[in-house]
Design a protein. Structure first.
Lengths: 518, 172
C-alpha cells in the first residue's frame, strides 16, 4: 500500500513478505484502513501492547495485507482511558479482535459492541493480563459470565444452545442458534473457552525457545506456526536460513497440508453419511503421519522447524520413500475424488450448502482455503513466494461457488498439488546444491525489534508478530490465526440452512478454536 | 457404486497386526479381554477438550482409523457423558472450561474412570497454572490414569486406556 498520499512516512519492516510500518493518528488510522480496503486490502490482525514501561502509553497495531504486501499501522494511546477508532465499519472482522484487545490489555475501541470476548469471568474484569504489571501466575476461581446473545423474536422462533462441550472429538466452543423449524435464522458463536494465556506465556521466554510454544498455538498447524515464528526470529537476527532447511520446511508444510486435507475430506464424507470416505481418507492420513514419525521423529512434525533452520535432517532412504509415497497417495486421492464426484447423495449434501458468495467473502475478508473456495484468489505461496516456493511454482486452487462442494473441491486440488510439491521437493533434496547445513545459530538477537513471520498454512495465512526484549528475550508475541477472520463468516454461511447441515458446514471450514482463543 | 465396492475390495482390511509393531497387537488383545472382564460389555468414552491445542484431538481421532479400529475392540467414543464409562480429558483445563469439565464429570454415571491425555492434561506441559489455566486435569476432577506425550500417539492412548481399565479391575 502506498501511504505517501496520506502524508505518512512508512519505514521498512523486517518480515517474511514485503512489509512496512507507519505511525498514524486516529484519523490517519481510519483513512489508511479505508484506502487499504479500496485497494483490495484485508485485515490480517489487530493487537495491542503495553508500552507504559517506556512512557509511551499503549500501542495498537493493525496489520493489513494487499497486493504489495503487509502494512502495519501503529497508533499510540497516551493511557488506557483513551480510545482508538472502531474499524468494524471498514473491516467487520475487527470486532472480536478489538473486544479481545480490551479484555487482555484494557484499551478499548470506540463503537457500540463492548461485550467481552476473551474474558469469561475467570479473572476480575478490571484486571488486564497483557499489562506489564500483571502477574501471570495470579489465580482466581473460575466464575460464570452472562453473555448477551442477540435474540431473534417472532412466532415459532426458538433457541438451540450447543456447547461448549461438543458431541464428538472436537474443540470446545458455544454456538447459539435461533431457528424456526429446522431453518437457521441466526447463529452466534461464543468462543474463547480454550483461552490459556498463550500471549502472556510468550513474554519473557527466550526468543530461541518460543518456537516450541508457537508450534502449540494450534496443533493442526504446528509447522505453519513454527515456520512463521522462526521467520520472525530470523528477521530480528538478520539471519538467512540455509537452503536445505527451507526445502525441508516446505516439505513439512506440504505434508501438514496434505494430512489435514485428506483427514478433513474423510470427515466431510462421514458428516454426510458416507462412512466409506472416513475409512479411506483416515487411512491415508495415518500413512502420512507414520511416514512423518519415521522420517522426522514426530507424527505431526512438532518442533521440526526451529529458528535458524530445522532440527532434523532427512535421511536419504526417507527422501526416496516420501517421493514414492507422494505418487501413491496422489493416485489414491484422485481415485477417491472420482467416487466423491459420482456419489449423488454426497453431492446433494455438498452443493448449495453453507454458501459464501465471492462478494460476501470479499466484504468479510475471508482468507485461506475457504476464501479461495469463494473466489478470493490469494495464496502466500503464489503471491509472495519466499524460498523455496520461488522455485516451486505453486498452482493456486480457486473455486467460486462458495459452498461446501467448493471447499471440498479446493481441498482436493490442494491435496493433489501438495503431493506434486512433495515429489518436487524430494527430487530437489537429492540435488547436490541442496546439500549442506540445516541450521545456523544467530550471531546476535538485538533488542527492541519488531518482525513478522507470515506463512500460508493449510487453513490460511498464519502471522506471527514478534518483538524482542533485552538479552534475547521475547517482549511481545502475537500469533494470529486465519480463524479470527473466518469464524464470523460461518455465522453468515449457515443462514437459511437447516440445523443438521451445520456440522457439515463447520467441518468444511474446520477452523481453529485454540488458534483464535489463544 | 461399482467404484466404491472396487475400492473397498482393493484396499481390503487394514486393521492392525500387519503394519503395526508387535506391541500393538498384544495391547489390543489384552485390552479387549480386560474390558470384557471388568465391564462385561463395551467401553464408552466421552472426550472432553479442556483447552488443548487440538493436536491431542487429532491423535484421538486417529484411533478410529482402520489401522487402530478402536470400535473393533469394543471401545466407542460417545456423544454424551451420560452414556460414558470413562472421560478422556485433554488440555491444561482452561479456567473458562473448568466448570464445564466439572459438570461433565458430575453427569457421568458411577463407576467412572478419568484418563488425562497429553502433557498439558498431566500438568507437565508448556501451559502451567496461570491466570487462564488450572494447569492439570487433577486440579479439577479426580484422575485415574495419565497418558503423557505431546501429543500422545494413538498407541500410547490405547495403552493408557488399558492401564485405566486394569487399575479399575484391581482389587481394593
Amino acid at each position: 500500500m502506498n501511504v505517501a498520499p496520506l502524508g505518512l512516512a512508512a519505514a521498512p519492516l523486517a518480515a517474511g513478505v514485503p512489509a512496512q510500518r507507519a505511525q498514524v493518528s486516529s484519523g490517519q488510522l481510519l483513512t489508511a484502513c479505508r484506502l487499504a480496503w479500496e485497494e483490495d486490502g484485508r485485515l490480517v490482525a489487530l493487537w495491542g501492547s503495553d508500552e507504559t514501561d517506556r512512557q509511551r502509553g499503549f500501542c495498537v497495531r493493525v496489520a493489513v495485507e494487499d497486493r504489495d504486501g503487509l502494512t502495519v499501522l501503529e497508533h499510540t494511546l497516551p493511557d488506557a482511558d483513551a480510545r482508538y477508532p472502531d474499524l468494524t465499519p471498514i473491516f467487520p472482522a475487527a470486532n472480536r479482535m478489538q473486544r479481545a484487545t480490551y479484555d487482555l490489555l484494557g484499551i478499548a475501541a470506540e463503537g457500540d459492541d463492548q461485550r467481552p470476548w476473551a474474558w469469561m469471568a475467570s479473572w476480575p474484569i478490571d484486571r488486564f493480563p497483557l499489562q506489564r504489571g500483571f502477574d501471570a501466575t495470579s489465580q482466581w476461581e473460575p466464575g460464570q459470565e452472562e453473555y448477551e446473545f442477540v435474540k431473534v423474536e417472532g412466532d415459532g422462533v426458538h433457541e438451540i444452545p450447543v456447547g461448549p462441550v461438543h458431541a464428538g472429538i472436537i474443540e470446545p466452543g458455544h454456538f447459539r442458534f435461533q431457528v424456526v423449524g429446522e431453518k437457521v435464522l441466526r447463529l452466534e458463536e461464543r468462543l474463547c473457552y480454550t483461552h490459556k494465556g498463550i500471549e502472556k506465556r510468550f513474554e519473557g521466554l527466550q526468543l530461541l525457545e518460543g518456537g516450541r510454544l508457537a508450534g502449540r498455538v494450534s496443533g493442526d498447524s504446528t509447522v505453519a506456526y513454527a515456520w512463521a515464528y522462526a521467520q520472525a526470529v530470523e528477521c530480528i537476527a538478520g539471519l538467512v536460513p540455509p537452503r536445505r532447511a527451507t526445502w525441508l520446511r516446505a516439505l513439512c508444510l506440504e505434508r501438514e497440508r496434505l494430512a489435514n486435507h485428506v483427514g478433513d475430506l474423510g470427515a466431510l464424507g462421514n458428516d454426510a453419511g458416507f462412512a466409506f470416505g472416513l475409512a479411506q481418507f483416515s487411512r491415508l492420513r495415518e500413512d502420512v503421519q507414520r511416514m512423518n514419525a519415521r522420517a522426522f521423529g514426530h507424527r505431526m512434525l512438532m518442533d521440526v522447524v526451529v529458528p535458524g533452520g530445522v532440527a532434523h535432517d532427512l535421511a536419504l532412504e526417507h527422501v526416496n520413500e516420501m517421493h514414492d509415497e507422494a505418487d501413491r497417495i496422489a493416485r489414491q486421492v484422485a481415485a477417491l475424488r472420482g467416487i466423491y464426484d459420482e456419489h449423488a447423495g454426497l453431492q446433494d449434501r455438498f452443493r448449495n450448502c453453507g454458501r459464501v458468495t465471492p462478494e460476501l467473502a470479499t466484504k468479510l475478508g475471508l482468507v485461506g482455503l475457504a476464501g479461495r473456495a469463494s473466489g478470493q484468489a490469494r495464496d502466500l505461496r503464489c503471491d509472495f513466494p519466499s524460498a523455496p516456493y520461488d522455485a516451486l511454482n505453486v498452482r493456486m486452487a480457486v473455486a467460486t461457488s462458495g459452498d461446501v462442494a467448493a471447499r471440498v473441491d479446493v481441498r482436493f486440488d490442494e491435496a493433489l498439488e501438495s503431493t506434486r510439491l512433495i515429489a518436487a521437493i524430494t527430487a530437489a533434496l537429492l540435488d547436490p546444491d541442496a546439500a549442506g547445513d540445516i541450521r545456523l545459530a544467530p550471531r546476535e538477537l538485538p533488542s527492541d525489534r519488531l518482525a513478522l513471520g507470515y506463512i500460508e498454512g493449510w487453513r490460511g495465512p498464519v502471522l506471527v508478530a514478534l518483538e524482542s526484549g533485552p538479552d534475547g528475550t521475547i517482549r511481545r508475541c502475537r500469533p494470529q490465526d486465519p480463524s479470527w477472520v473466518s469464524w464470523p463468516v460461518i455465522e453468515h454461511a449457515v443462514i437459511g440452512n437447516i440445523v443438521p447441515d451445520f456440522p457439515l458446514i463447520n467441518k468444511s471450514f474446520n477452523l481453529s478454536y485454540s488458534g483464535q482463543d489463544l | 457404486m461399482y467404484q466404491t465396492l472396487r475400492q473397498i475390495a482393493r484396499i481390503g482390511i487394514r486393521t492392525e497386526a500387519a503394519p503395526a509393531p508387535a506391541a500393538d497387537d498384544v495391547v489390543a488383545k489384552r485390552l479387549q479381554q480386560e474390558i470384557l472382564r471388568t465391564l462385561g460389555r463395551a467401553l464408552a468414552i466421552r472426550h472432553v477438550d479442556a483447552g488443548s491445542c487440538n493436536a491431542c484431538e487429532l491423535e484421538a481421532h486417529a484411533l478410529m482409523n482402520p489401522y487402530y479400529n478402536i470400535e473393533g475392540l469394543g471401545i466407542r467414543f460417545v456423544a454424551s457423558p451420560r452414556h460414558a464409562d470413562a472421560l478422556l480429558v485433554t488440555g491444561p483445563v482452561t479456567r473458562h472450561m473448568a466448570i464445564a469439565l466439572r459438570r461433565t464429570y458430575d453427569a457421568t454415571p458411577e463407576p467412572k474412570l478419568v484418563i488425562a491425555a497429553g502433557e498439558c492434561a498431566c500438568g507437565r506441559g508448556i501451559f502451567d497454572a496461570n491466570y487462564a489455566a488450572m494447569g492439570a486435569v487433577d486440579k479439577v476432577i479426580p484422575v485415574d490414569v495419565v497418558i503423557p506425550g505431546c501429543p500422545p500417539s494413538p498407541t500410547a492412548l490405547l495403552q493408557g486406556i488399558l492401564a485405566a481399565i486394569t487399575a479399575a479391575a484391581a482389587p481394593g
